[in-house]
Design a protein around this ligand. Sequence first.
Ligand code: FAD
Length: 346
Amino acid sequence: MAAKLITIVGGGLAGLTLGLGLRRLGVPVTVWEAGRYPRHRVCGEFISGCGQETLDRLGLRELFEHAGAVNAGSAAFFSATRSAPPRALPAQAMCLSRFTMDHALAVEFRRLGGELLEGQRRRDGDFGEGIVRATGRRAQTEESRSRWFGLKAHARNVPLTADLEMHVSPRGYVGLCRVEGGAVNVCGLFRRRAGEGHTPQNWREWLRGQAGSPLNQRLAAAEFDEGSFCAVAGISLRPQRAAARAECCVGDAITMIPPVTGNGMSMAFESAGMAIEPLAAWSRGEMVWAEARQTLARRCDTAFARRLAWAKWLQRMMLAPSLQNVLVRFVSRSEWFWRTAFERTR
Ligand SMILES: Cc1cc2nc3c(=O)[nH]c(=O)nc-3n(C[C@H](O)[C@H](O)[C@H](O)COP(=O)(O)OP(=O)(O)OC[C@H]3O[C@@H](n4cnc5c(N)ncnc54)[C@H](O)[C@@H]3O)c2cc1C
């Protein structure tokens, strides 16, 4: 019997990684992608966590290294008034711009014989047998007290004290890390209270932080690459279970982990890695669709439940203005706290 086609809707990290893994097993795959490559995405571009094992298994680490990925081994935390010295990361991380990463994955997917339909948005509502949802984060629908938005730009002339700098403030947080070609990713997640205006027009001002803060000093001479700026609003950070979804999902389409963990891309790679075997079995006629979908959902929920719970707690702490200085002090003084917060959220 000929292998059945898998259709993946969404050619971001999860969709393309899954497509690549399936192509390696000879499964016919079509990926629909609404946008075109290369393109900038709102992302801290800091890859940390078990997803790196999926990259190794699928030979993608080499692909990323070849594309210029930068290794990261240290991190430093700052509040608006307090600085902590750099600390070694408990496990190595990797930084690569989404502009380069998504494009490299798309080229590799096509090289392996996958069909990639760029600039084609698939209509919602049709996610039945053989179709995987990899469409990324779901928009926030509930009217809560806070609305989240993300901003990202690349900049030059930004001196860093660690491979990753995390700056927290009452408005949100901004991460800084080096990416390929000597640029620095400046990416922030901010909170807007109900009733406040829309996403700010003056994105530089939001990313630079308040006057006199360590962030503001760090970006004092920054030269922003205007073309790299992007923004996203209506982000939902409420944890969801894969088993609760009626569709077969990978990546942020299942749930989004708070970006402060730098683990969302890892979860996209991991969920794609966990989907390869059951979906290939369905394609070969060895498993029914419902079983393949449920197997994947079970694996994802088992792998992600604990880190989602810890990440929610960590994000809450980081955004409470009264706790921000305490947190920075804890990170700098307690190896136990630093390791626990790092390891439990990935
Ligand atoms: C502010 C911020 C900072 C972050 N920083 C980090 C970080 O430092 N490290 C980290 O690991 N993670 C970070 N993340 C999270 C990370 O970006 C996501 O977890 C990751 O992009 C998820 O990959 P994905 O493939 O699931 O979704 P995406 O990368 O969003 O891909 C989904 C794709 O689907 C396409 N699509 C959607 N609908 C359709 C349709 N109907 N038809 C066709 N195509 C469609 C979209 O165009 C898109 O290309 C951050 C997120 C935010 C918001």
